[in-house]
Design a protein around this ligand. Structure first.
Ligand code: 5GP
Length: 190
């Protein structure tokens, strides 16, 4: 495992981070995912109908990097979901807190998520979006924690498989902090 990167100056708590995925590794993987997505959607003749849907808030940094690696005409939208339960344990009860701004009927939908953990959120979301009659629907997730799976979820495009740690950075937070770390890691317990 890599040595902890230098804590950023704004990290007031000076929490020691253990880096799991470096900024360079993220950049390389995002470029690969973008190239694969481009080729796949070209192959099905998706034309002007690709809609990339970011799941708020954790996916926004990943999504903004990813779509710049996708060489296709596309539109973006966002959906907000909340899962009841405490901050780090998913209860399996999911609610849409902010809906899409446009219909997705007849569109080729690519859902972009930060992490699939138990799978409850994505399971609910994909089923909900599928009822809106898109032409196709696929999932791209930056991270997957297979050790925690409770629902079977098919991830069409996956960035990295990670161990069962509560990770932060590159869009992921703990209590809304650390989303702007350029790498993915976890806060080491003292
Ligand atoms: P699931 O429903 O798959 O258990 O949980 C998915 C959601 O829980 C993610 O979209 C994310 O918001 C949150 N989550 C799960 N694991 C982590 C983690 O390790 N770090 C952070 N920051 N959020 C997580």
């Amino acid at each position: 495992m890599a040595a902890p990167p230098t804590p950023p100056a704004w990290n007031r708590a000076a929490d020691p981070f253990v880096e799991l995925v470096s900024a360079d590794a993220i950049t390389r993987r995002v470029a690969e995912l973008g190239a694969t997505i481009t080729a796949d959607y070209r192959a099905i003749g998706a034309g002007e109908d690709v809609v990339v849907i970011g799941v708020l808030k954790g996916s926004v940094i990943f999504m903004s990097d990813l779509i710049r690696q996708v060489a296709l005409p596309l539109t973006v939208d966002f959906i907000g979901v909340a899962s009841y339960g405490d901050a780090t344990v998913s209860s399996g009860v999911v609610q849409i807190t902010q809906d899409l701004t446009r219909p997705i009927e007849g569109k080729h939908v690519l859902v972009v998520e930060d992490i699939v953990d138990t799978g409850h959120t994505v399971h609910y979301l994909m089923a909900n979006l599928a009822t809106r009659n898109p032409a196709s629907i696929k999932l791209c997730s930056l991270l997957h924690k297979p050790d925690r799976a409770e629902r079977e979820v098919h991830i069409d495009y996956l960035g990295f498989t990670i161990p069962n740690k509560f990770v932060v950075g590159y869009g992921l937070d703990v209590a809304q902090r650390y989303r702007n770390l350029p790498f993915i890691g976890y806060v080491a317990q003292p």
